[in-house]
Design a protein around this ligand. Structure first.
Ligand SMILES: [Cu+2]
Length: 371
């Protein structure tokens, strides 16, 4: 019995601290500048943050009430004398009904509030909000093409996001080009994401830009955001998707609309150029040739070179990214190390291609000019 008592008090501690931690953690995260859903930068994320705070304060009230009563009882009814026998109580219908109905009502309120947020998660339109909510295009097995079209109609920029093991491809549908790794978007515009996967289930979550959305092979789900401030918003794949799940970060780079237009035009223009003129840079020219002769072109596109190859990420703006393969900071040294040995990423789908040091140098020189 003594053992059980000790165990029980320990369990109470663990449970209590766990519950407290899960409520307090997002606040701590935001204080440490880890991307936090409590620091929203899009209207849908603000809905979620708001809901969090309502539930947080409800929890605080319950916590104070329960702990208060517990401490009060422990002191008020403590054993004062070794021979004292407490009043013997056998059940109390009123109290039992009260502590069953009370929590049930709280759970119902949380459900109702969450449901309201799901229904309210709709992109703004010129005259109000979209008639179609994210919930109705995502939690419905047979979304009608009309509904999907209506949802997409509110978008200023529509981007198809394709989850891959272990990177993200972005198809800018209105512009006709593909990108990877960094998702460039204009600030202030409604961006609608059309999400799917080529292999296993992945999950999209930029905490500051709205709730999670899963990506499934063979199906399309939707999400949206309207970024309020220029900046870089980070997130991470939140569905365990294999050995390099931990190296599948996502970055949304939100830039002012005119800057976005310039970027998009540059990317579109780069896609027209098949062979670049490297007459003044012999090493890069050699790298360009090796990119074809070593077979990189079969999996990667760089501008118009290898157009259509989509086994690996599009490398058109590789040199302006901050990371290589979602795991190494971008610099020439790391780029070379990656090209020589992609198996440093567990389970990497890029094969190791035998290259001499000089060949690797030339490819690095060539790729480092892709901005
Ligand atoms: Cu993933």
């Amino acid at each position: 019995m003594a053992l059980w008592r000790i165990l029980r008090s320990q369990l109470l501690w663990v449970g209590g601290l766990g519950a407290l931690g899960s409520v307090v953690w997002p606040g701590v995260a935001s204080a440490q500048s880890v991307p936090s859903p409590l620091d929203p930068a899009s209207p849908n994320a603000a809905l979620v943050a708001n809901l969090y705070w309502i539930i947080f304060w409800m929890s605080v009230v319950v916590f104070v009430l329960v702990e208060g009563l517990l401490i009060y009882s422990a002191i008020r009814f403590r054993r004062r004398d070794d021979n004292e026998v407490p009043v013997q109580v056998h059940g109390n219908n009123r109290m039992e009904i009260a502590w069953t109905i009370g929590p049930a009502l709280i759970a119902a309120a949380v459900f109702f509030l969450s449901w309201q947020v799901m229904l309210a998660d709709r992109p703004p339109t010129a005259d109000g909000v979209s008639a179609v909510s994210v919930a109705s295009v995502c939690f419905n097995n047979d979304v009608s093409p009309e509904e999907a079209a209506q949802f997409l109609a509110v978008s200023t920029v529509t981007i198809e996001v394709v989850g891959r093991q272990w990177w993200w491809a972005y198809n800018y549908l209105d512009y006709g080009f593909t990108s990877a790794a960094d998702l460039y978007v204009p600030v202030g515009e409604v961006v609608v994401l059309q999400l799917t996967s080529r292999d296993v289930a992945h999950s999209w979550w930029i905490p500051q830009l709205g709730g999670k959305q899963d990506l499934y092979p063979g199906a399309t789900t939707y999400s949206w955001f309207q970024v309020t401030e220029p900046g870089v918003y980070e997130g991470h794949c939140t569905e365990l998707c294999g050995s390099s799940h931990a190296y599948m970060p996502m970055r949304v780079v939100a830039v002012p609309a005119d800057q976005f237009d310039t970027w998009a035009q540059n990317q579109a223009a780069a896609n027209e150029v098949v062979e670049r003129d490297y007459s003044s840079n012999e090493l890069a020219s050699e790298g360009q040739d090796l990119f074809t002769s070593k077979g990189c072109i079969g999996c990667h596109a760089v501008g118009g070179l290898g157009a259509g190859a989509e086994v690996g990420p599009d490398l058109t703006n590789l040199a302006s990214r901050q990371q290589i393969a979602g795991m190494l900071p971008y610099n020439r040294e790391n780029l070379k190390s990656w090209i020589i040995d992609p198996s440093q990423k567990p389970g990497s789908k890029m094969p190791r291609i035998p290259l001499t040091d000089a060949e690797a140098e030339a490819i690095v020189e060539y790729l480092d000019t892709q901005r």
